[in-house]
Design a protein around this ligand. Sequence first.
Ligand code: GTP
Ligand code: MG
Length: 484
Amino acid sequence: MVYDWFNRQASDDVSTEKVLEEKAEGSEEVSSDSSNNQEESSPMNQEESSLEWARSAYARLKAQQAQQKTSQASVEIDSASETVVTVNVQPEFSAQSSGPEAGGSLLEQAALQRQVRQQELEARVEEVSPQIAQQSQFSETSPEPMLGEFDETFAWSAEVLAAQGRKPEKISLEEIDWLGRLRRGLEKTRQGLVKGLLENLGDDPLTPEVLDDLETLLLRADAGVEATDQVLDALRRRMNEEVVDPAEGLRFLKQQLCNLLEAPIQDTGIDLLAPERGRLNIWLFVGVNGVGKTTTLGKLANLAVRSGYTALIAAADTFRAAAVEQVKVWGARSGVPVIANSTANADPAAVVFDAIGAARSKSTDLVLVDTAGRLQTKHNLMEELQKVRRIIDRLAPEARVESLLILDASQGQNGLRQAMAFAQAAALTGVVITKLDGTSRGGVALAVASEARLPIRFIGAGEGIRDLRPFNSFEFVEALLANY
Ligand SMILES: Nc1nc2c(ncn2[C@@H]2O[C@H](COP(=O)(O)OP(=O)(O)OP(=O)(O)O)[C@@H](O)[C@H]2O)c(=O)[nH]1
Ligand SMILES: [Mg+2]
């Protein structure tokens, strides 16, 4: 079963589903009831039914895993055999049709040139491959998520999925695995927010003093002044209307945070950013140095392949010598080809040119473009990005282009300034927030949404290949304020 992460849906194998349904007997009715009746149930019933939902989901996943193990034993899956192909396509060749029918001397010459070039390339690939293979050995590959115990993390993840109206038979281990990672990743920010919040909330109705403390907590988590003001204004209005008990206060707070994060996403009319099938999609990754552009691109290449798309990487950070090697390692991890030009200071626009040619000829779904984070000056960097963008618009007017700004959460409010600086030059369409793990400043997501008004499309919460997933505001807020 392929789980399409970009669209958050599984392309089910019907027969597998049937077997699973038989194995997890009788759980379907319980589950659909539990999600539909949530609003009306008493807290106790709600707790019981969400636990039942979680148990039923767990039973299905366990059966699914057992079945996969059996089929794996009988079928040889040849997934490890893919190798990275590093192609240095020359513009004049990539623009040519590949028909071998030679005739005139010019064509013969071109064919000869191609042959020589091919030999050169083959020699290079051999040169590079052992190095990449060696580096890949030490890096995390892509292990399948395993179903652990039926523990509190599973129950919480299941509850978050159930609250979104999901059915136990429709959830995947991938989602459970990711929610656990997200919650762990947000640990530090959550500790700051939740501990203080719960201590202040107590059992009594909300008071103006509690709101003042909440203000401090949000600002400390780098939620920014605008987002904090919006949330507190809404809470104060609510408190003026009626007495708000702590549970309702928390629910209302979550709703407000969600609304804030959702606003720019709704403005685009696109809930989930997914490559459009049957069309060339080009995603540019931009941002200052060290924020995680290349890592994000590598993780997304993996996500694309896992989700059933074909991808190609354009190594357009030609400024830093090691950048091309780094991107090749990421390509190798997921078997995604890398278009590169290792010549010092090669033109990034030419690499993108080659990548578009290669993607067209192979009908690739998604081209991921790595860009430099630092050049001699900031002005150079912006100019280069504009040039790359012009090339894309000129060469591939049919493509759907996304320009994603990568922001390092631990840089807090600095990220916002970066967003403003890149917005124009790179024609930003969205943001990826990385390094949510290891920082207590995860609230910056709220500042980005409310102040830069850019939709957050993906979030990264760790260095591993599975630590980046599409952004879902409900899940983010639940993980941010999880009471565990
Ligand atoms: N903990 C953590 N580390 C991350 C995350 N994303 C990236 N990193 C680390 O951040 C460092 C920089 O990542 P890169 O992907 O090289 O950053 P870059 O933006 O491409 O950097 P330049 O190419 O120099 O501009 C690496 O050590 C990554 O492993 C994340 O979500 N969590
Ligand atoms: Mg990089």
